[in-house]
Design a protein around this ligand. Structure first.
Ligand SMILES: NC(=O)c1ccc[n+]([C@@H]2O[C@H](COP(=O)([O-])OP(=O)(O)OC[C@H]3O[C@@H](n4cnc5c(N)ncnc54)[C@H](O)[C@@H]3O)[C@@H](O)[C@H]2O)c1
Length: 318
């Protein structure tokens, strides 16, 4: 049993990770400012909760001081949100990560960081691998790349044990469908459940390497249990290249009357995304990803049964 801290532990990925860690009997501390995360995702019976911000180093240090492992998932997500307020995105995602690393430098905690495939930006080569050049197109991507650099620098300069995971469009239970910056899969399912048309920016030919939350959890837990560290980033996606149109066709099996509105392409949207999972498979040979269509069905079922629990959270306005 370890003492594990999860920043962003009230959010989608963080709260799922907290539940998985609790099942294994770990002692858990959550740090979250509830800006997009939900208080209802925090179970005081399984974790100690600190309602604080990553940008406040003193309370952050008090909250994280005893953690042997830190899953640093707290962040201001969303590309469009970062375009509206780049400085706030930088403060939370880059400076907030630096604050976490400063604590780990003193305590020796192993830091796992959730970066994003958006760091590749203008690099249109497919599939992506970890040796390719990066060219962020948005402040969100720049803030994640900056945080990646700090992770690597602290790994080299101070020998902080680091594991730098780049997520590619994660989806599944507990992802909020309701706010302006919600991710496409929960947003579409929720609209379909209300009988409303879904919105597609562009012609729907853009592709994503959608990754189910269960797959992300399997990698995170395996990485923690085997203390997997790596000097560079590890792309966490198994090489799916699913277009939005294909996703809509799969959703029609659950919602036969689904209607679609096509809108102009959005600024900052990457056209295609797909990982080459060679390094991922080498480092995590036992992790088997959940099939996309099965995962989509499980997400539909979850939102139908429990959607209200995540659908009326506080608004995310700036
Ligand atoms: N979901 C994806 O597809 C995806 C893809 C790439 C990277 N990521 C990264 O994975 C991590 C988790 O994302 P998620 O999808 O669960 O999003 P989420 O918004 O549900 O979770 C982020 C959590 O961080 C918290 N947070 C935000 N600002 C904070 C601050 N200043 N101090 C403390 N807590 C703060 C939020 O309240 C929220 O609970 C993030 O770092 C995100 O950038 C996610």
């Amino acid at each position: 049993m370890a003492h594990v801290a999860v920043t962003g532990g009230a959010g989608f990925i963080g709260s799922n990770l907290v539940s998985a860690l609790a099942k294994k009997g770990h002692h858990i501390t959550i740090v979250d400012d509830l800006s997009t995360g939900l208080a209802s995702n925090v179970d005081p019976n399984i974790a100690e909760f600190h309602h604080i911000s990553l940008v406040d180093p003193i309370p952050l240090a008090l909250a994280l001081e005893n953690a042997e492992v830190i899953f640093h998932l707290g962040a201001r997500g969303s590309v469009p949100r970062s375009l509206k307020n780049p400085v706030a995105t930088h403060e939370v995602n880059a400076t907030g990560t630096l604050n976490v690393l400063e604590i780990a430098r003193r305590t020796g905690a192993h830091v796992f960081f959730s970066s994003s495939s958006s760091v590749y930006g203008r690099n249109g080569a497919l599939p992506k691998d970890e040796r390719m050049w990066m060219a962020p197109m948005t402040p969100y991507a720049a803030s994640k790349l900056s945080a990646e650099s700090y992770m690597q620098a602290y790994g080299s300069a101070y020998e902080v044990p680091i594991t730098l995971l780049r997520f590619f469009n994660v989806f599944g239970p507990r992802q909020r469908p309701d706010h302006e910056y919600a991710a496409v899969i929960p947003k579409w399912i929720w609209k379909a459940m209300q009988g409303e048309p879904i919105e597609v920016y562009g012609d729907g030919s853009q592709s994503r390497d959608f990754t189910y939350i269960q797959t992300v959890l399997s990698v995170c837990l395996d990485a923690m249990e085997r203390k997997v560290t790596h000097e560079g980033a590890i792309n966490l996606a198994f090489g799916n290249r699913i277009t939005l149109i294909e996703t809509i066709d799969m959703l029609r099996k659950h919602f036969p009357d689904l209607r679609v509105n096509f809108l102009p392409v959005r600024a900052g949207d990457v056209k295609e995304s797909q990982n080459n999972p060679v390094l991922l498979k080498e480092l995590f040979p036992t992790v088997i990803p959940t099939d996309f269509e099965i995962a989509l069905g499980e997400t539909v079922d979850w939102l139908k049964e429990y959607g209200q629990s995540v659908a009326n959270g506080p608004s995310v306005s700036d």
